[in-house]
Each structure stands twice: as C-alpha cells, then as structure tokens.
Design a protein around this ligand. Structure first.
Ligand code: DLL
Length: 431
C-alpha cells in the first residue's frame, strides 16, 4: 500500500532531476532571503548559479546547531514572520536557548504528507485508531504525527504522555490499534501492563507502535514486540527537518526509508566532512528540498547512521538509513575507549532476566557504573542466581566495550522513568 505511489517508487533518474530542480530553488531562496546564508556564500565566493549538478552540493556551506542558536529566534526565516509562518516548534535543548523552528502553511501540509506516507507504508488503513502518546506542545513529536494521521483519515486520540493507567483505559475503551511513543515510555508502559496482569494480545486491540525521538536498539525492539505482541516500527526525525516523518521503517523493518524528494542525504566523516563510502557509518547531513519557512542547507544532525545498500522489497526507491547508531556528542570516552550508550543497551537487552531500565554513571577517575533493573524473580529467589546474572552482565559488557564496568542490579521500577526523552548517561566527571 502506498500513499503517493508515483513519488515513493520514483526511478533514480527522475529523482535526481527533481532533487536538482528543488536544490537550485532552495539555494536561490536562501541566498535571496536569509542574510546568514548570503554571507556564507560570499565567504566562499559562491553564487546560486554555481550549483549545476547534485554533486555541487559539496560546495555549499554547512548549517549547524550553533548557527540556529546564534540566529535565534527569527534569523533564519526565509519568509516574513508576519503572514509567512503559521506555527512554531522548538527543539528540546538541555542547555542554553532552544532551537526555534517555524513552519509555513505549506510546511505544515508537507510534513503531514510525509507522515501519511509513513503510516500507510506500515499498513495503516481506515479502521486504525492511533493513540498519540508523544508530548503535545512545542515538541514536534505529537502535533506533526497528529496532522499526518488525520490526513490519512484515521481516528487520532491526542492522549499525550503520562498517566499510564489512563492510557491503558483509553486503549481498552476505544480499541486503539496503533501507538506513537518514545521507546523509554514504551518500556515503562509494558512494565505497568505486566504488573497489572494485562496481556495486550488478549485484552487490547493493538497491532503496531511507532517508536522514535530517542535511540533504542534492535534488542529493545524485539523485547517490546514480544512483550506487547505487536509490530514496532522505528521513526526518525528532528525538529529542524519537520519533526517525525523524515525516515521511517516499512513492513520489512530493514532500515528506514528517508524521503529523498524532500531531503538530500549525505553521510559524512564527522571529522573531515568528506563523504564516507556507501555502507560506512558517518554523520547524517540533511538538506531540505521542500521547506519554505526555514530551509536548511547541509544541516549537521550529529546523528550517526549508515546507508543500507540495495533495493527494498517493498518497492520504494528512497534510500534506507540504519537505526541511529549514536550521536557525535552522545559518545563518551572511558579510559580512552569511545563508547555509545546504545552499545550498552544492546548488550543489556539481549540478556535474559534484564528488565526495562538502565542508567550509565560516569564517575571520577573514569570509573563507569551500569545500574540495571532486573526481573523481580531474581530478588525473590536464590542469591546465587543474582550473582551469576551480575557476572554475566559484567562479562558481556566487557567483551563489547573492552573495559570492565561496575554493575549494580536493581529491582524493577527503581530508576527514574521519563515520559519524554530519557537521560541514560549521568556524567559526574563534568559536574
Ligand atoms: O525527536 C522528532 C521526532 C519525534 C522523531 C517523534 C521521531 C518521533 P527533536 O526533539 O528535535 O525531534 O530531536 C531530534 O532525536 O537528532 C536524534 O538524535 C533523536 N532521534 C529522533 N528519532 C530517533 C530515532 C524529534 N528513531 C533528535 N532513533 C535526533 C534514534 C532519534 N534517535
């Protein structure tokens, strides 16, 4: 099933033609309307007419998160702020000013179109009911999904996050078939369902859930699919690129299709800024092709991913990116070893007995402590089993990250659980 079959299955020649036309239009637009870009072009002695082929994208300047902050709030608008834009979102920043992202009427519509493609790609039909458990408000997660689902024409329950018992009641009362939530909240939800003796397969009508906005591993997906008895699809996006709907898995769950008629994808070596060879991992850099309010050239997402080579069995021709493998700034270094939180998660979630939540504490002198919740049975049973599990976790982590962390086993629901994005790494070395 397709939402816009012609564009979703476009051949490479026509896609390249479309991308070039849209890139040239975007370049002209920012040159004429955004002083920040015009200055950058001047620094490089570059004119819009110098962009003659898609390869010329490499002549264009990068845009970074700092550029957004320095030009906060209106500096990067390409249309008048009065009359040109109809919606503001901001991106969750833990330090300093957030990033202000504006949508024109067309941007609102276009982001909904992309979500519609994504939902239909996973088999959504008119009898589906989406319970939207992302935060409504300045965060893009809920509203962008909401408009897209309405475009498909399905019922949307604007539940927002939290109040888990009420969430379950909504699922029961309205027979929700799809959920949209963060992976950390999904883990918490499944834990609450388990503790209340709710068996989703028996007691609910759920078919699938869309998880995104924060990283999670394939092991976490499998665990949740098993616990909830549903299909889980990975959804990637960022406020700077409309929010969710940038890249999304199809039913094959083998990488996320990134909508190349809307974005030009580059995977670059994060240090040199040069393209990596296809299939290698690097920083995802995106150029918008359809955004009116705030077009971005070569935006450095700081997210690390790779292109999945080959064609997808679903027939869509748009490239697939891997799961987000880490963030350039997520990475932490312990005794000289570069470690991503996802590596830890992958190991933990593959071990039987490990429950839903974990936290990584980095302490003085480069000491690392992994706090991990495990199933209640281990605390109720023989202490031997507890010790065996602890050394198994330590050994497996050691073979993945090459250093031996301290491991602390905790009872379920001990660690703080967030309804939004969860903080996995607590780095006391920088406090
Ligand atoms: O998180 C948009 C979104 C909402 C995506 C709902 C998917 C679902 P921001 O708050 O700007 O926007 O955060 C964007 O979150 O650069 C990634 O680091 C991370 N992220 C988003 N989706 C995924 C994912 C929204 N599926 C930042 N896997 C991005 C891993 C993700 N990381």
């Amino acid at each position: 099933m397709f939402w816009q079959e012609e564009i979703e299955t476009i051949d490479s020649k026509n896609l390249e033609k479309l991308q070039l036309e849209r890139l040239q239009k975007t370049v002209r637009c920012v040159y004429e309307n955004v002083p920040f870009y015009r200055d950058k072009f001047k620094d490089k002695s570059l004119k819009p007419d110098d962009i003659k082929t898609l390869q010329d994208i490499r002549k264009l300047p990068f845009t970074t998160r700092d550029d957004l902050r320095l030009n906060y709030p209106y500096g990067l608008l390409a249309v008048p702020k009065n009359g040109g834009v109809v919606r503001l979102h901001t991106s969750s920043g833990t330090t300093g000013k957030p990033k202000a992202i504006f949508f024109s009427k067309n941007d609102v519509n276009q982001s909904a179109e992309l979500i519609a493609r994504c939902l239909v790609m996973t088999g959504v039909k008119s009898d589906d009911i989406l319970q939207n458990m992302m935060t409504y408000g300045l965060f893009t997660g809920a509203l962008v999904m909401h408009y897209g689902a309405e475009k498909v024409g399905i019922l949307v329950i604007p539940a927002g996050p939290g109040n888990t018992e009420r969430q379950i009641a909504l699922m029961q009362d309205f027979s929700s078939t799809c959920l949209h939530l963060t992976p950390s909240y999904a883990l918490y939800l499944s834990e609450v369902m388990e503790s209340k003796g709710i068996m989703p397969k028996r007691d609910l009508s759920l078919r699938r859930a869309y998880l995104g906005a924060e990283p999670y591993s394939e092991e976490t997906r499998k665990k949740l699919e098993q616990m909830l008895g549903i299909d889980i699809y990975n959804s990637y996006g960022l406020s700077e690129m409309n929010g969710p709907g940038v890249a999304f898995e199809c039913i094959n769950k083998d990488g996320m299709h990134i909508w190349e008629d809307n974005f030009i994808v580059e995977i670059l070596d994060q240090e040199t800024g040069e393209p990596v060879t296809e299939g290698q991992q690097g920083e995802l850099v995106l150029t918008t092709l359809c955004r009116e309010g705030m077009p971005f050239l070569r935006y450095r997402t700081k997210d690390i991913a790779k292109i999945i080579p080959g064609k997808c069995r679903c027939g869509r021709t748009h490239k697939r990116i891997s799961r987000i493998l880490g963030r350039v700034d997520d990475m932490f270094i312990v005794r000289g070893v570069n470690i991503f939180p996802q590596q830890i998660e992958r190991v933990l979630m593959s071990i039987k007995g490990v429950a839903q939540n974990y936290q990584i504490h980095l302490e003085a002198y480069d000491k690392m402590l992994v706090k991990v919740e495990i199933e209640q049975d281990f605390f109720d049973g023989n202490i031997e089993h507890l010790l065996i599990l602890k050394s198994k976790i330590t050994e497996k982590l050691k073979s993945e990250i090459l250093i031996t962390p301290k491991v602390e086993l905790l009872e379920p629901s001990t660690l703080p659980m967030s309804e939004g994005k969860t903080q996995r790494v607590i780095d006391r070395r920088t406090l």
